[in-house]
Design a protein around this ligand. Structure first.
Ligand SMILES: Cc1ncc(COP(=O)(O)O)c(C=O)c1O
Length: 393
């Protein structure tokens, strides 16, 4: 069967593929350490699980409104007010089956064939594919290590054309862990307002920041910016709820309405039980996030030290999310490999450490390590990486 043109160039998610390969090797008896995970290694907090059980027992197991139950949208509006000083009405919020599906839905309602979306690299793997699936064109601008993997205003201005519909800002970033400052966001926002470009602000790692500076949403910086931004967030990363599939988007009512209409014909609604679990997650007074954040911070500090101690490896210190994104180009070259992809493959073969090559994120000199795994395993993988580098010198 000849499949549709739109899937001919679609590539499977490399991050999911590397996790699957590591699991497969493990299953066949190899002592593999997988550092590809894009999800917290903690269990969903018990109070959330109890809320889900209660929802089931109370019969909350039926279809819900396509954009999510009103109680949850009101609770998300409250979260926006408390965390970001943003006022959204429930009709300006859509709850979806994960933030991934919220983004997918936005591109579907926003883009006509040939419309451009500016995508800073390194980027999260699903953005380019989702843009292309909607008929759009990802216009990649390379955020360099020298500018901490953040785009400059010159780069942004130069990339904007008559066809530019939107720009994606993902802060804290997957894969780099970098966080834009308020000043940087203001400067980007000014250009977008001037040129009429929609800002897609993916804030899924909002709660995982390890510096003193709090998270800033670009939408909170002025009423005009709020009108020009769709914010994406969810419970996957901040409440260890990746499998529950609850994310959301908040933005101008006309965009959210179109997204909700589309959702009504695709998912119908996100899982009812998960919606009530997410409601409980946010409504709890004693938020569990701080405990998780502290554990991540300790791992980041140690892992960053171990990495910068390896010959040929340099690594900016990330400020958020749960990834480090070292540059291994020199190590790969000194080890006799023609590129970092090959180096990553050999590392998995020889030392059974699974990393995600930076080429998956548009940055072929780097690799992504997730520290959503125990400190013991991180230490062991750092030892193996160093041994691999030294063995191949
Ligand atoms: C940058 C970024 N955005 C969005 C998502 C989607 O998260 P979910 O669909 O689990 O809400 C992820 C998950 O890996 C991510 O890393």
């Amino acid at each position: 069967m000849k499949l549709a043109n739109r899937v001919q160039t679609l590539t499977p998610s490399k991050t999911l593929a590397i996790t699957a390969k590591a699991k497969e090797l493990k299953k066949s008896g190899h002592d593999v350490i997988g550092l590809g995970a894009g999800e917290p290694d903690f269990n969903t907090p018990q109070y959330i699980i109890e809320a889900a059980k209660k929802a089931m027992e109370d019969g909350l197991t039926k279809y819900t409104p396509a954009g999510g139950v009103i109680e949850l949208r009101e609770e998300i509006a409250r979260k926006f007010k408390v965390d970001n000083n943003l006022d959204y009405k429930p009709e300006e919020i859509i709850v979806t089956s994960g933030a991934k599906h919220a983004l997918y839905t936005l591109f579907q309602v926003l883009l006509n064939d040939g419309d451009e979306v500016i995508l800073p690299s390194p980027y999260w793997v699903s953005y380019p594919e989702q843009i292309k699936l909607a008929g759009g064109v990802p216009v990649i601008i390379e955020a360099l290590e020298e500018t901490e993997f953040k785009i400059t205003t010159d780069q942004l201005e130069n990339a904007i054309t008559d066809k530019t519909k939107a720009v994606i800002i993902n802060s804290p970033s997957n894969p780099t862990g970098m966080v834009y400052t308020e000043e940087e966001l203001l400067a980007i926002g000014e250009i977008c307002l001037k040129k009429g470009v929609l800002i897609i602000s993916d804030e899924i790692y909002e709660k995982l920041i390890y510096t003193e500076d709090p998270h800033v949403s670009i939408a909170q910086l002025s009423p005009e910016l709020k009108e020009h931004t769709v914010v994406f967030n969810g419970v996957s990363k901040s409440y260890a709820m990746t499998g529950w599939r609850i994310g959301y988007a908040a933005g101008p009512a006309d965009i959210i309405k179109a997204m909700t209409n589309l959702a009504s014909h695709s998912t119908s609604n996100p899982t009812s039980i998960s919606q009530y679990a997410a409601l409980a997650a946010y409504a709890e007074e004693n938020q569990p996030i701080e405990e998780m954040r502290k554990v991540f911070k300790e791992r980041l500090d140690k892992l960053h030290n171990w990495l910068t101690d390896m010959p040929g490896v340099s690594c900016l210190k990330p400020q958020g999310a749960f990834y480090v994104f070292p540059n291994d180009a020199e190590a790969a070259k000194n080890n006799g490999f023609s590129n970092v992809d090959e180096w990553v493959e050999a590392l998995l073969e020889e030392e059974k450490v699974a990393l995600v090559p930076g080429s998956s994120f548009g940055a072929p000199d780097n690799v992504r390590l997730s520290y959503a795994t125990s400190l013991d395993l991180l230490e062991e993988s750092a030892k193996r990486m160093k041994r691999f580098i030294l063995n191949h010198q």
